[in-house]
Design a protein around this ligand. Structure first.
Ligand SMILES: [Zn+2]
Length: 169
């Protein structure tokens, strides 16, 4: 990623950045200390890199198709959601479900795990649309998927499966 810096006298405090293709344009106040600017640019680079990963991943693997397939098999096609996508800002959580907004987010790290593990996480989050908790009723739904127990073991070994309710928003 190339960086082009434009300093402006009119700009007072904040630094902003935009990505044009592979070139990052940085707009900075003219009197910002070099060291501070470097730090800000580093953070922008990270953020843009994460956004790129997210965009590419969602283009490569369309989770809506996976969702539709799982919905048919395990939920009689009854789950309705607004969106499902990979995100790059969930390091510890495999996925999350906002059952009010009906959105599901899946950690990008799942994209590099076996499909049956990824499917488990999607089914888990889908089940939260019906049961926004980890009750017995919830697990009864999840265990319609016969690889659920194995997938949980797989994720525990990776330090990514927990029994907190941190995936429900
Ligand atoms: Zn959960």
């Amino acid at each position: 990623m190339k960086v082009e810096i434009r300093r402006s006298k009119r700009r007072k405090k904040t630094v902003s950045a935009k990505l044009y293709g592979d070139v990052m344009h940085v707009f900075a106040p003219h009197n910002i200390p070099e060291k501070e600017l470097k730090k800000v640019i580093k953070n922008f680079k990270k953020r843009f890199a994460r956004q790129n990963i997210k965009k590419k991943l969602n283009e490569e693997q369309n989770l809506n198709e996976v969702f539709n397939k799982l919905n048919k098999i395990y939920f009689d096609g009854k789950i309705k959601i607004k969106s499902i996508e990979y995100v790059t800002n969930q390091q510890k959580r495999c996925g999350s479900c906002n059952y009010r907004k009906k959105t599901i987010r899946i950690s990008h790290s799942l994209a590099h795990m076996p499909e049956w593990v990824r499917d488990y996480v999607i089914i888990h989050e889908m089940a939260h649309i019906l049961e926004p908790n980890h009750s017995k009723a919830f697990w009864n739904i999840v265990y319609r998927y016969n690889l659920a127990e194995r997938a949980r073991g797989f994720l525990i070994a990776k330090g990514m499966e927990d029994n907190q309710e941190s995936d429900i928003e």
